[in-house]
Design a protein around this ligand. Structure first.
Ligand SMILES: [Zn+2]
Length: 251
């Protein structure tokens, strides 16, 4: 009991800071982003990040039949409480991702799984890293997206930050000209607010109104029961809002 209370208090404080940062950015610290007709490729470290961070954007683009590819970097084997069998976990999360993307309007043939080990993206050997970059380059060259979405470079999760680095290196290698947008997942939860606002791109934040597809995004999130059980409810709440936040970055 003694241990549980401080954890709950800490989570509550985190939730308050998290809501305040989100509200401040949406209401005061961002510019509206108009949905472009550019084709897109979304890179997600785990099966759920694409829906939490970009689900509204994906649904809006797909409603207008704009091509959107989604690339999952890891196999998601670490993100569950009670699915002890690793292979089972991987399959469950893949099935959830396919269902969520179906709700958002993304066909199976636009969904790609690179199956790297969950939790280990920052520990890749030089050879594994080169192979992963080569796989990303191949996808970029094949589908030529005009916009690329990546997790925020300082997103407070090793796989998220590594995904950012890998995709940047791949874009440079591919020599493709793309508009790059970062989506935050963990940073408002894990980083003190004064540090969040120190980053230059946070000062240039965009907000995309997703009110018209909010229900669709909620249904896509509901397609991830393993994650809804695993993640703290205070953390998940932010992703049900009327806006998505993106940070532009030049490379
Ligand atoms: Zn993730």
């Amino acid at each position: 009991m003694n241990k549980i209370v401080p954890v709950r208090v800490r989570e509550r404080l985190q939730e308050i800071q998290y809501s305040l940062i989100q509200e401040w950015i949406i209401n005061r610290g961002s510019q509206p982003l108009n949905l472009s007709h550019n084709s897109a490729m979304v890179f997600a470290p785990h099966q759920d990040d694409e829906t939490f961070g970009c689900g509204g954007m994906i649904a809006l683009k797909r409603q207008q039949e704009i091509p959107v590819h989604v690339v999952f970097i890891t196999d998601g084997q670490s993100g569950v409480n009670n699915l002890t069998n690793k292979n089972n976990t991987i399959q469950v999360r893949k099935q959830e991702a396919v269902k969520a993307l179906e709700v958002l309007g993304v066909d199976n043939s636009y969904t790609h799984f690179l199956d790297k080990q969950d939790g280990a993206l920052q520990k890749l050997t030089a050879e594994q890293k080169q192979l992963t970059i080569a796989q990303i380059v191949e996808l970029l060259k094949l589908y030529q997206p005009q916009e690329v979405y990546v997790p925020y470079r300082l997103d407070c999760h090793p796989d998220h930050e590594a995904t950012f680095d890998l995709v940047i290196l791949a874009i440079k290698e591919s020599q493709l000209q793309v508009k790059l947008l970062q989506y935050p997942i963990w940073v408002f939860w894990d980083k003190p607010f004064f540090q969040v606002f120190k980053a230059p791109e946070v000062k240039r934040a965009y907000r995309l109104s997703i009110a018209s597809v909010k229900d669709k995004k909620s249904r896509a999130i509901a397609a991830y029961p393993s994650q809804l059980e695993f993640l703290c409810s205070g953390f998940i709440k932010r992703f049900f809002g009327n806006n998505e936040i993106f940070f532009p970055i030049d490379i």
